[in-house]
Structures are given as C-alpha cells and as structure tokens.
Ligand binder design. Structure first.
Ligand code: AMP
Ligand code: MG
Length: 329
C-alpha cells in the first residue's frame, strides 16, 4: 500500500510517498524563510506553501516513480499548527483525495514525529522527548495513547532558541547557528535561570535573561550557557521520567534532536538509568511529509478510519494525548 503524506503545520511544506513496509520512496520539501530577525508570519508562510505546493507534490510523485493512480491513501497533517498553514495542506490533500477517489486520513503532527522516529530507529517502547518548534514534551505509551509525562509550561525549546537567535538578528530557525556559536566558547558558563517544576520545564525567564546577557557578554559564551541550561533542564526531566517509568529505551525526535550537545546530555542520563538512546536521523528529525504518510498508513491499516472531504478538518490545538493509537500494544 502506498500513501501520499502532506505536511504543512508551520514553516515546511512537504509531500512524501511511503509504502506500508516503511520505505520512504520520496520526500520533497520547501521551507518558508522568515526575514532576518523576525519569526514565522502565518499568512506569509501559508502564501509560501500555496506557491510551492503543486511543484512539491509533482516532485514527490516523480522521484517516487509513481502517479496519483498508484497511491492508495492520502494523509495530511491536521494539527496542531498554524491555522493558515494547516489549511493549505488540507486543501491539497482534499483536492487530490477527492479527484482520485482515495481515502483521506487526518494525522496528528506530533504523532507523526513520534511514529516515524520509532519506525526509523527501531525503538519499540521508548520514553520519547519531542523537541521542536511547536513541541517540548516527554511522552510514554500507556493504555492506547501516548501520555504526556512532562511538557513546557510556556514556550518550547525551539521557540527559546529561535527567539533568542532572532534577538541577535539571525533568521529563523536559529538552533544550528546557536550550536555553532556555542562550540566556539571556551566553556565559560554564565549563570542563567534554571526552571524545572516536577517533570515540566519553563523557558520564558531563561529567554529574557539570555537576551539581556547578550547585550554585554560574548555571544558564544551566552549561546553556550543557554544550551547548557536549557538542555540540562530537559535531561533532568527525561532522567526522572526514565527512573519513574523504568523504560529501557529513550528516543529523541523533532528538529532540536539535531543538536549534538543535547544528544550527549541525554546519552549520559540514559547511561545512568540503563536505557538505550535512539535518535531520529537528522534528515527526518524536522517536519516532513514522510512522518504524516507513515502515521496515516498505520492508522488506516489498523482501523480503516478515513474522513469524507466535507468532514475533513484542521485543528490548531490538537493534543497528542487525546489521540487513540490502536496499532500499538
Ligand atoms: P521542527 O519544528 O521539528 O521542524 O524543528 C525546528 C526547530 O529545530 C527550530 O526551532 C530550530 O531552531 C531547531 N533546530 C534545528 N537544528 C538545530 C540544532 N542543530 N540545534 C538546536 N536546535 C535546532
Ligand atoms: Mg514539528
């Protein structure tokens, strides 16, 4: 069975063809770039998605060597995300599903990150750290759903990095640039607020303090200290959740999973708790159509659930822990 997956929750418009064995036949994407110093403007990002959508769809079909007639189902990212962006992906998915009479499957975007990560890494029952532009949460599977063990109380770690980077005049996404600057520091740690409450973390005070510090201190030292503080907070929450759940696997997914220092800290936490760390391959850590296609295949394969075009929806706030996941034990 072949699925076309359409992703458009935020900055990325992506289409991908995946088969039911998990082979990613194609993965085409184009990323909206905000002007330097500013964040994603939802209307501008959705305009970008509209402009690139037909080329990205054609590319995905062409590089998979298939036509729409060969595709069995269409999955789309129905939320959570930015409303105007979500609507573009939904319109593309509805149009092709309606025209070619294919089942249409709405997919929770966060579930897509988790399920594609599990398939690609081979993790079977991990504690998950989902860290991206839109999410910061620790998750574990129990009684038919991914349960949230801890999450951010305010902004996500991706927003922390991107908003801090923008305060220095960088263009979003800024995580890679901050990692590079941090690596130039001689390890000069500057004191910053460290806030962990139970298994939850809070980053907004850290953002304000780091932006203020950057006005007078070396940017590489501030980037280094920001990473050390934020990632130690995440590693603490992960280690406590590992200890509580006694999971022997830990998986990191989402765009921030590309950060080597974060992975190093999680490796240390996993080592202490006797758990094995699985990191989603960088190529698929960020937003992409393959995560949507793979999750739609799982959902449709297990339940045959689909929606009529008239009933298809997008939902800007759609929590992962409200989604039934019937294909996992
Ligand atoms: P996503 O929403 O999953 O596409 O992830 C995007 C987020 O990942 C943005 O906030 C980026 O700044 C962040 N990111 C990308 N590369 C890195 C990196 N090397 N280190 C830290 N964060 C990163
Ligand atoms: Mg994402």
């Amino acid at each position: 069975m072949l699925c076309l997956g359409v992703e458009s929750t935020a900055h990325t418009f992506g289409c991908s063809i995946v088969d039911s064995k998990g082979k990613v036949l194609s993965d085409s994407r184009d990323v909206y770039k905000a002007p330097e110093g500013s964040g994603i403007h939802p209307r501008e990002a959705s305009r970008h998605h509209m402009e690139v959508s037909s080329d990205i769809l054609k590319q995905a079909l062409k590089s998979a060597g298939v036509s729409m007639k060969d595709v069995d189902i269409v999955g789309y990212s129905a939320g959570p995300g930015l409303g105007p962006c979500l609507r573009v992906g939904a319109v593309v998915a509805r149009t092709v599903a309606g025209f070619y009479k294919k089942p249409l499957v709405p997919v929770n975007h966060a579930l897509g990150h988790v399920e594609l990560g599990a398939m690609l890494t081979g993790a079977s029952d991990p504690l998950v750290l989902l860290v991206s532009g839109g999410h910061t949460m620790t998750l574990a599977f129990s009684h038919g759903r991914w349960r949230v063990f801890g999450e951010t109380l305010d902004i996500t770690v991706g927003q922390l990095l991107d908003q801090f980077g923008r305060s220095l005049g960088f263009a979003s996404p800024c995580g890679g640039r901050i990692e590079q600057l941090a690596s130039q520091s001689q390890g000069q740690y500057l004191q910053l607020p460290y806030i962990v409450k139970g298994n939850d973390v809070s980053f907004s005070g850290l953002l304000t303090a780091a932006a203020k510090l950057a006005l007078e201190k070396s940017h590489s030292d501030v980037c280094y200290s920001l990473q050390e503080t934020a990632f130690a907070m995440l590693a603490e929450a992960v280690e406590r959740a590992l200890s509580f759940t006694e999971k022997k696997e830990m998986m990191i997914v989402g765009g921030v999973a590309a950060n080597k220092r974060l992975v190093q800290m999680l490796e240390a936490a996993c080592g202490r708790q006797g758990a094995k760390l699985f990191a989603c391959p960088i190529k698929f850590a960020g937003d992409n159509g393959a995560q949507i296609a793979w999750t739609a295949l799982q959902e449709y394969g297990a339940t045959k659930n689909q929606v009529d075009v008239e009933e298809s929806f997008v939902q800007q706030s759609w929590r992962l822990d409200t989604v039934d996941v019937s294909w996992r034990l």
